[in-house]
Ligand binder design. Sequence first.
Ligand code: ZN
Length: 113
Amino acid sequence: MGFILGVSKKFHPHEFGGLLRGKGDLIEEVLMIPATTYGEDFVTTRLDMVPIDRSIIGSVHSHPAPDFRPSGADIAFFGRTGSVHLIVRSPYRGVADVAAYDGKGNRINLTVI
Ligand SMILES: [Zn+2]
């Protein structure tokens, strides 16, 4: 979690985006996608650049605003990339600034182990 918060902070005021690798619902690794375009209002991930990999369980991106509610585009993206999605909001201070969602954009529990 420290890595995600640190990278989000580093990208601010731009968004950071990546994919989550793990087993089941357990996040083990964050993959930053080289072809990802970072913009002020959006993150575009070239899914064709991502190797077919069953260990990809979801995605992560940051919101430079203090709001981690998913946008319509976020939810559409969630549906294509797995079942665990994290949104990190500014000011990226800790787990209270991270929200987890399922593939439909419903808030799910996030436990840091
Ligand atoms: Zn978003």
